[in-house]
Design a protein around this ligand. Structure first.
Ligand SMILES: Cc1ncc(COP(=O)(O)O)c(C=O)c1O
Length: 398
């Protein structure tokens, strides 16, 4: 945590807590480093589903080639927040109304997930045309991954066995322009695994395109660049990934590669900051009950991990009774919800933790607030703070 961020967390009043604090300067530097590590022939799209906070999108728009959205809601939100930025529209189960909207506003790319989606598209195009990728669930072995979305039976993308029928449909409709292939097979891959995946996908796609006589202009590898919640200081090795891609792409001079990471882009800039309300012991185990909980930060419950955190000691204690505390002990950090699943970190060692101390959970900038069940128990929502937005020179955005 930077001194500037720590100072900001100290300055928050108790009434400000819980709070999400986004360090926009950190996001700016991180996104710039990702962009700098990638070869020119790799286009960077940000998957807005990871965190679509408008101020984050506003920082990212200067570093990415576009945004990937996965619903009509995200499409409208990104358009309103960053007008003019290219949008790729993906995701399973698009409704006819969403497809209509995507065509009407002229999304830059549409990722087609099924044969029926192609039929629907053809039926509503009218005078419009559309550039598409076919999302394919390739039979690629991924090994152990955090979240598999392909390479095995899955509702995402097209089974390769359906591709011929899709090609026939596309060939019969000149308004649908096939640009290439999309895959998003897994989350949580490190740079070596992502490179291996990229090599397998490019080999498959170019062989397939040659066999079918299809022009392969673009391959989208999806996202899934790994984030290690147990080692928050260790980031995905973008320089290694970038130079590996550079070497790989020499074999495919006519293909533009696109990636659409989400988690690995915004996760580090977000902190969920709260306060210890109480500390108690139960059957020999210590629990710290925090203001807030998994209805604000669901990530540790969904991923079944301990959310990394830092303790910010607060020395003031003006109650007439002894301050509840634990020292050199294992403690489980829980929230205010009436469910045993409301655990943010289980049996973690602390040197000292007292009622009134603050806790800042790290790696809370992606799939955190926006995937949480906010309404459960009707506790107040957290506050949102954005630290040090980068000033954008007037007129630099369309
Ligand atoms: C199609 C697609 N692209 C990109 C992403 C972003 O993945 P991540 O946030 O793991 O980088 C997802 C996440 O589910 C996805 O489904």
């Amino acid at each position: 945590m930077t001194d500037r961020l720590l100072q900001h967390l100290h300055d928050l009043g108790d009434d400000d807590l819980p709070a999400y604090v986004y360090d926009l300067h950190d996001l700016h530097d991180h996104a710039a480093a990702i962009r700098a590590a990638l070869p020119e022939r790799v286009q960077l799209f940000y998957a807005a589903k990871a965190n679509s906070d408008p101020k984050l999108l506003d920082v990212l728009r200067d570093h990415v080639d576009g945004f990937e959205v996965a619903s009509g809601g995200e499409l409208r939100h990104v358009q309103a927040t960053c007008p003019g930025t290219p949008i790729a529209f993906g995701g399973p189960g698009k409704t006819p109304a969403e497809l209509q909207e995507a065509v009407h506003v002229g999304v830059e790319r549409l990722h087609v997930e099924s044969e029926q989606e192609l039929h629907l598209l053809a039926g509503l195009l009218g005078e419009h045309s559309v550039d598409i990728l076919l999302r394919v669930n390739l039979p690629i072995s991924l090994g152990p991954v955090a979240l598999a979305m392909g390479g095995e039976p899955s509702p995402f993308g097209l089974d390769p066995a359906n591709l011929d029928r899709c090609l026939a449909l596309i060939a019969s409709d000149s308004r649908i322009r096939l640009r290439g292939i999309h895959v998003h097979l897994a989350s949580g891959l490190d740079a070596a695994a992502q490179l291996d995946l990229a090599g397998q996908v490019l080999t498959w796609a170019s062989d397939w395109a040659e066999e079918k006589g299809v022009e392969l202009a673009e391959v989208n590898l999806g996202g899934g660049m790994g984030v290690d919640y147990a080692r928050p200081d260790q980031r995905f090795d973008w320089p290694a990934f970038g130079s590996g891609l550079r070497r790989l792409l020499e074999r495919y001079p006519d293909v533009t590669l696109r990636i659409e990471p989400g988690r690995s882009v915004t996760v580090y800039c977000g902190w969920y900051v709260t306060q210890v309300l109480d500390i108690k012991h139960s059957h020999g185990h210590a629990f710290a009950v925090l203001r807030g909980g998994t209805h604000h930060l669901r990530t540790p419950a969904t991923k079944q991990h301990n959310q990394p955190f830092e303790i910010i000691p607060t020395d003031t204690w003006d109650r007439p009774w002894q301050r509840p505390q634990v020292q050199n002990q294992l403690v489980t950090l829980v929230g205010q919800l009436c469910t045993p699943k409301d655990v943010l970190a289980r049996a973690v060692h602390v040197r000292r933790l007292r009622a009134g101390d603050r806790i800042a959970f790290a790696l809370a900038g992606a799939y955190a607030w926006n995937i949480s069940h906010h309404e459960f128990l009707m506790h107040p929502a957290p506050n949102f703070h954005h630290l040090d937005p980068i000033p954008v020179p007037a007129g630099s955005h369309p």
